[in-house]
Design a protein around this ligand. Structure first.
Ligand code: CTP
Length: 135
């Protein structure tokens, strides 16, 4: 069974590894669509901290991941599911219900997010952290 999931995976953190490991546990292969820099810019008006090449490199280095590709548009999920012959789509429950329309193509599962961690929050914490005083 081939599982597929999508995300930006910028500033990689434990919530990312948790969802990827859980996604993989539903099948025998995990395919991951990593959103392109341009897609992020068009949705959030800013580029990710890590480039799309680096984000794909990090994801493809994980033992639970079998194949990584670039997600060029949020509207192409059906095409990617068909192209890669995925049996199960896994998404975090921040997307609850949003991909039910794909359930005629594959099984759709939403997994609970890992609490208290997100890329946005990490960026905020780092941005507001005070530089150490020199003595
Ligand atoms: N994810 C998760 N638990 C978290 C954070 C993310 O399960 N605490 C999941 C998301 O639901 C998604 C995948 O990881 O399926 C990639 O999420 P992404 O949006 O790249 O990460 P976030 O940390 O949510 O980034 P942001 O704060 O920019 O939205």
């Amino acid at each position: 069974m081939r599982v597929i999931t999508f995300g930006t995976f910028d500033v990689f953190h434990v919530g990312h590894v948790n969802i990827l490991e859980r996604a993989r546990s539903f099948g025998t292969e995990l395919y991951v669509g990593v959103s392109s820099d341009q897609l992020n810019y068009s949705k959030k008006n800013r580029y990710p901290i890590y480039s799309e090449e680096d984000r794909r490199h990090i994801i493809s280095a994980l033992a639970c991941v079998d194949y990584v590709f670039s997600e060029e548009s949020l509207e192409l999920k059906a095409e990617y599911i068909k192209k890669y012959e995925a049996d199960i789509l896994v998404m975090g429950d921040d997307w609850q219900g949003k991909f039910d329309y794909l359930s005629d193509l594959c099984q759709v599962k939403y997994l609970p997010r890992t609490p208290s961690v997100s890329t946005t929050e990490i960026i905020e914490v780092v941005r507001h952290s005070q530089p150490k005083q020199s003595t």
